[in-house]
Design a protein around this ligand. Structure first.
Ligand code: CP
Length: 332
């Protein structure tokens, strides 16, 4: 069935295979397909360790990882901590509520202070897009971006790719060509979507972003995805549907949520919510994803989130393996 979308620009030629040799993981945009595959292969190898309670490795024994979270997190922060411990590293955790950032210290000075105490890697989450790169330029240790504003969330993108590859039996080749990933909702605010689009395109998938123009503007096509304002015609072509939370906190003071195209949460749900009736119209093998946190009953119904198509708990589980890979490759 033809789907009316805004097409992306032409895809550049695939870069040559590559191994991982970077000091930092700041985003998936700008990596090569070979680098993404190197991270995913390492993550896949860590899955047995990440999902076991007994088999920690000692690959980063004697190293310390600092987690600097200047924005709330449940999944990312916990899984980075578990990942570092599973690799044998020590972890120091600094949250915005308990750091001298509250006294006016800058993010960079905070990172440099922590580095001076002898940490080997800094995991940083911040409200400001570009914060991880700013810190990476100012310290010598490895920096892993755990989400910077609306920019990128590369380890989330990687765990999404690993989950998608596993769900469709592509975990060995790590080639997603022929698959269509549909991303629905507040795409414009979503660092998760930016990383997922970059990574999925590198591995050959088609990506279609769906939402009202205020949340999924046609300009997103510059990222290499297609854009549609209508979910129902897109459902039958999806091999995976990723639902996104409407990030009300990032729209504060903006006109976008008062736009006629997003008149109310109830109408958002009516037009774009993944209800059971919509999920029933997906291909038999299509899976449902959500990076969390979810607004059950708004962008996704509880029975879909907990239903047989859902790989949401697998996403969370793969987060530990992916973060082990990111820490090991950047620090080790
Ligand atoms: N997906 C994600 O980043 O979740 P947290 O904000 O809980 O870390």
């Amino acid at each position: 069935m033809p789907v009316a979308t805004t097409p992306p620009p032409a895809t550049p030629a695939a870069p040559p295979p590559h191994k991982w040799s970077r000091r930092h993981l700041l985003g998936l945009d700008g990596l090569t397909a070979g680098e993404v595959r190197a991270l995913l292969r390492a993550a896949a190898a860590y899955v047995p360790v990440a999902t076991s309670t007994q088999t920690d490795t000692q690959e980063l024994a004697g190293r310390t990882v600092a987690t600097l979270f200047f924005e709330d997190s449940t999944r990312t922060r916990t899984s980075f901590t578990l990942a570092a411990r599973r690799l044998g590293a020590g972890v120091v955790d600094l949250s915005s509520g308990a750091s001298s950032v509250n006294k006016g210290e800058s993010l960079l000075d905070t990172a440099r202070t922590v580095e001076a105490m002898g940490v080997s890697g800094i995991v940083v989450r911040a409200k400001q897009a570009g914060a991880a790169e700013l810190i990476a330029r100012g310290v010598s240790c490895a920096v892993v971006n755990a989400g910077d504003g609306k920019h990128e969330h590369p380890t989330q993108g990687l765990l999404d790719l690993l989950t998608l590859a596993e769900a469709h039996g592509r975990q060995d080749a790590l080639d997603l060509s022929g698959l269509t990933l549909v991303i629905v909702g507040d795409v414009v605010s979503s660092r998760v979507a930016r990383s997922a689009i970059a990574g999925a395109r590198l591995l050959g998938a088609r990506v279609v972003c769906v939402g009202p123009p205020a949340l999924a503007p046609a300009s997103l096509a510059a990222l290499g995805c297609e854009v549609s304002g209508d979910l129902d015609p897109v459902l039958p072509i999806a091999d995976a549907v990723m639902m996104l939370r409407v990030q009300f906190e990032r729209h504060e003071g903006s006109e976008s949520l008062r736009s006629p195209s997003v008149p109310s949460p109830r109408e958002f749900r009516t037009l774009f919510g993944l209800t059971r009736e919509r999920a029933d119209r997906l291909k038999p093998a299509a899976v449902v994803m959500h990076p969390g946190p979810m607004n059950r009953g708004l962008e996704i119904d509880g029975e879909v989130a907990d239903g047989p198509r859902s790989v949401i708990r697998t996403q969370v589980s793969r987060g530990v393996a992916v973060r082990m890979a990111a820490l090991r490759l950047c620090i080790g």
